[in-house]
Design a protein. Structure first.
Length: 516
């Protein structure tokens, strides 16, 4: 007689820990806490869709600098004069792109594939070849509306990372009360190694492939690490190319330049939102930001605007760490001067390193700078358990997505360091993206003051609900009602934020039911 069949799935004997499983730990804890309906848990545990595709592009010829040692072999190589300096594009990694007519009309002396430029350096000519890049778009959940989430251009991306970031967008859009779901994607590329025209070609090709997967009512990308309004403009152009009614489709991406349908206040919205939350954290204690000290990791879009706005409210910036190094000034860093340094066109890496108004310190020492607030605004996983043990701040406001590991979370809790979790702290970006989307749909244009007033109200209102959940303080005020979300006991802020998100998402499944 045949053995009885067992159709149950055998659990993996050693479930592999990944970035995604780590990121989902808090989801499972919140799901357990509120007794999330099992089928809703299954729906949210994995993304709706995971797209992986490839993008090819033809690169330009480039000049690769030789090491001082290798230059010696070309001691008598004459200088090649460059008639059109605009034809050379210097990249952050030291290479130079040769554009169309760079050397046209010049006396070009090439020896064994090398030439010397007027700067004295000897460069190897690398012919522009075609290159293939791996691209992703993860669409996590759309129970509350179209997928929404950024496009990241970075060397260290993976399906696992985009799954975590897409899920985080599902939680964040629910917390910010915008009618979207979660998505995220991008390209495995270090954009600093490519020229403007190359990035344009890569972006257009990326959108060419992405186009069948997204739409203004299906999935709406936005900028993230390594992308910006210029990239969004290219994506929009490619999506709308040849369409009859182009204006109708402007809402295909958000984070656009205001002159082409972007929203006032969007560029700085994430940094602004981080500061609204920090302001509210102190207002709750009857304090203001005046005289408070802070440090920032990452001085890109989120970190630099957060720092500028904190500075305008009277807080003092003591240290900044970015990809290239760390700067420190115990008397306070002059923020407008630092912004000018980073935005200087000669500062190809857009780094804080080399800023004259501060001293250089090691990254490991950055974490130990005593300051009231730490704003991580770089990448995920930076604050590990070990680092959390050393921190000398009283509050972490997460500008970045997932900067704190689950182990670090436990240490912070033990050490009594307060936390404003990413899914509320950095929700300003997606909130104003929503305002941009509405303005596009309605053909309207709102002032920055209108945008900021709405943003401030939305973030503070939802942050207060999260604080009430955390303290188990159900109440209704003029601004917010936390009664439907409190769970009868106190929980830490990250869990409280996730509870708010899950209750809002679950309502859709419970009230609407499941399509069969
Ligand atoms: P960005 O590319 O403008 O800036 C990133 C910054 O981080 C740069 O200063 C870079 O030097 C620094 N950095 C990169 N790797 C680093 C490392 N290993 N160590 C230290 N610093 C490092 O990116 P952004 O848009 O400001 O995004 C920063 C973070 O905020 C990301 O986690 C992103 O997902 C999150 N975020 C961004 C937005 C947005 O609207 N831009 C919205 C929500 C969340």
């Amino acid at each position: 007689m045949a053995e009885p069949q067992n159709f149950m799935r055998v659990p993996d004997p050693t479930p592999k820990r990944t970035l995604y499983t780590d990121a989902m730990e808090i989801f499972h804890r919140a799901a357990d806490t509120i007794g999330l309906a099992p089928r809703v848990r299954l729906e949210l545990e994995e993304p709706d869709y995971e797209h992986i595709f490839y993008v090819t592009a033809k690169l330009k010829d480039r000049l690769r600098p030789l090491s001082p040692e290798a230059v010696k072999a070309f001691g008598d190589l004459p200088v090649t004069q460059v008639r059109d300096p605009n034809g050379l594009e210097r990249l952050a990694d030291g290479q130079i792109l040769l554009k169309g007519k760079a050397l046209l009309g010049s006396d070009v002396v090439i020896r064994r594939g090398h030439l010397r430029l007027p700067d004295g350096g000897v460069y190897q000519l690398i012919p522009g070849e075609s290159q293939r890049f791996k691209a992703y778009r993860v669409q996590h959940n759309q129970a509350r509306g179209p997928y929404k989430g950024g496009i990241r251009y970075h060397r260290e991306v993976s399906l696992d990372l985009f799954k975590a970031l897409a899920a985080e967008m599902t939680w964040k859009t629910a917390i910010a009360e915008v009618p979207f779901g979660g998505g995220k994607g991008g390209i495995q590329i270090d954009p600093r190694q490519y020229g403007r025209e190359e990035l344009e070609a890569i972006t257009l090709r990326f959108m060419y492939k992405l186009k069948r997967l997204i739409g203004p009512n299906i999935d709406i990308p936005a900028p993230d690490v390594g992308t910006n309004g210029e990239i969004m403009a290219l994506m929009m152009r490619q999506y709308l190319d040849g369409e009859n009614e182009r204006h109708v489709g402007r809402a295909i991406v958000t984070g656009k330049d205001v002159r082409i349908g972007g929203s006032e206040g969007r560029v700085k919205a994430t940094g602004q939102g981080v500061v609204y939350c920090i302001e509210d954290y102190y207002a709750d204690k009857g304090e203001t930001l005046k005289g408070k000290t802070f440090t920032v990791q990452g001085f890109g879009n989120v970190g630099s605007f957060a720092a500028e706005i904190m500075g305008n409210l009277g807080a003092r910036l003591l240290a900044v760490n970015d990809y290239d190094g760390t700067i420190y000034n115990p008397d306070g860093i002059d923020i407008p001067a630092l912004l000018a340094h980073v935005q200087d066109p000669k500062n190809l890496k857009r780094s804080v390193v080399g800023f004259p108004g501060a001293q250089k310190i090691e990254k490991k020492d950055f974490w130990e700078v005593p300051a009231e607030v730490l704003i991580p605004a770089a990448l995920g996983g930076e604050i590990t358990g070990e680092i959390a043990e050393k921190l000398k701040c009283k509050l972490i406001a997460e500008g970045a997505n997932g900067p704190t590991t689950p182990e670090a979370d436990r240490v912070l809790l033990k050490r009594g360091i307060d936390l404003i979790p990413d899914i509320i702290a950095n929700a300003g970006g997606v909130t104003v993206s929503y305002y941009e989307w509405i303005q596009n749909k309605r053909m309207e244009s709102w002032t920055e003051a209108e945008v900021n007033a709405k943003l401030e109200h939305a973030l503070k209102r939802n942050y207060r609900i999260i604080r009430d959940i955390s303290r188990n303080n159900p109440r209704k005020t003029e601004m917010h009602d936390s009664r439907p979300f409190c769970v009868g006991k106190q929980v830490e802020p990250r869990l409280a934020a996730m509870i708010l998100a899950l209750k809002r998402i679950e309502a859709h499944y419970i009230i609407e039911g499941f399509s069969q």
